[in-house]
Design a binder for this molecule. Structure first.
Ligand SMILES: [Ca+2]
Length: 200
């Protein structure tokens, strides 16, 4: 059994009382997340991180992401040169279960992925539209011309939480010059409670 150490407190089950979140390492690349709910119950979630990635702690943070009551838990589970893959957990009916991301755009990696590189970026922005939770998914890729980088094409798709999944509300595209200071503005996590990027 892993020895779990406290990672954070957040209201995970949405009853208004803070719950204790703890994380333990079972062995290389194997972890256990445990939530001690304020009502005295507990939920556990064993998960793996990529052993090829130098992840010393998968803890990223707790934040309200979907529209159901309670905070979600973001865990860093794989790491590339500049790409970061996350698992997002949510509490449903006494269990911790994976929350799926909105459907990926064509050519985009599956899962919760953030990125910030000269070649482009990927990010999530949590928000609200009236009483409903929204998630803006932004992706951009560099456009190269004969003489080098010309700029970026960015697509932002706004999703709303529709009870059990994400539903597209609207989308917009934007073009940037390569040196435009607004590039990468929406890269990473832009959600209260989560660092934009993992510190690994
Ligand atoms: Ca609670």
């Amino acid at each position: 059994m892993a020895r779990c150490t406290p990672a954070a407190t957040a209201d995970v089950d949405g009853d208004g009382a803070d719950d204790e979140i703890a994380l333990g390492q079972v062995n290389t690349g194997r972890w256990l997340l445990r939530v001690l709910v304020a009502d005295g119950s507990a939920a556990e979630y064993p998960f793996d991180t990529a052993t090829s990635a130098p992840i010393t702690s998968p803890w990223h943070g707790a934040a309200v992401v979907d529209g159901a009551p309670g905070a979600e838990i973001a865990l860093l589970t794989d790491l590339g040169a500049h790409t970061m893959w996350f698992t997002v957990l949510t509490y449903r009916d006494g269990q911790l279960t994976e929350l799926g991301p909105p459907p990926a755009e064509a050519g985009q990696a599956e899962g919760w992925v953030v990125d910030s590189a000269d070649s482009g970026w990927l990010g999530y922005t949590c928000g609200r539209s009236g009483p409903a939770s929204t998630l803006l998914v932004t992706s951009a890729r560099r456009i190269d011309g004969p003489s080098g980088a010309e700029g970026y094409d960015e697509t932002s798709v706004l999703f709303g939480w529709a009870g059990s999944g994400w539903q597209e509300i609207s989308r917009e595209t934007r073009a940037y010059g390569h040196a435009d200071p607004d590039t990468h503005r929406l890269a990473g996590w832009n959600c209260e409670g989560l660092p934009r990027f993992a510190r690994e």
